[in-house]
Ligand binder design. Sequence first.
Ligand SMILES: CC(C)(COP(=O)(O)OP(=O)(O)OC[C@H]1O[C@@H](n2cnc3c(N)ncnc32)[C@H](O)[C@@H]1OP(=O)(O)O)[C@@H](O)C(=O)NCCC(=O)NCCS
Length: 224
Amino acid sequence: MSELCVRSTTPHDAHALLALQELVYPTIAPWRRDQLAKQLEVFPQGQLVAELDGRIVGCASALVVLWDEWADEHTWTQITASGTFTTHNPNGFTLYGAEVFVDPQLRAMGVGHALYEGRRQLCRIMNLRRIIACGRLPGYQAVALKMSAELYAKKVLWGDLNDPVLSFQLREGFRYCGIMHDYLPEDSASCGHASLIVWINSDFDSARPTTLQSAMTPFTIDRP
Ligand SMILES: CC(C)(COP(=O)(O)OP(=O)(O)OC[C@H]1O[C@@H](n2cnc3c(N)ncnc32)[C@H](O)[C@@H]1OP(=O)(O)O)[C@@H](O)C(=O)NCCC(=O)NCCS
């Protein structure tokens, strides 16, 4: 029996994490070491990895934003300050998911679910109102000549099409809010577009302050 662990990222994870990111996105540049170091400096509690038998097999990274400043429109580069997360704002109530990926050889085994569970835990212990993210639409390019990104996303919602990312996120309890055009232009599989999604934290208590310094308690899941 193998053990999958979700825990906070540390600087020691950098090499393995960046190597995995390069494997996951052959056509998109991985973070530079200094970008990852900055993320860990700015908001270490928001950076999670999944580890299977001591090996890094996935990552979920996030920052906190004042959503009203970004709600109208934004790109990945703008809201993450080019991947440095210096846009992290402790006055915000929104955990913004900047990245999530899983080892291609370990997909559909619940690693992504465990990382999302870690994010939901963060949101609850920090008393944040919600998680917002802009998800890739990697199935879109194959049908882009036949339909708009909006119609594609609707077809995924209606169950007519399956998208490797959006279908997963809907199953994780996220609601679809619309298309963000030109969110990540170098993401050719999504034709640069993304789906704006939200998960509402039903435990959020507006009478209590947020506690961003709370770290997530690492948890493990048995894997066959
Ligand atoms: C999106 C991503 C993170 C999902 O990770 P994952 O580990 O495959 O996710 P899970 O295993 O938890 O769930 C994936 C699917 O497998 C299914 N699944 C989970 N455990 C399973 C099991 N034990 N047996 C069979 N199927 C299983 C889930 O039901 C889910 O189905 P769904 O897509 O219809 O919801 C992963 O596909 C990925 O890294 N993609 C590339 C990077 C990327 O594009 N990231 C998104 C950035 S916005």
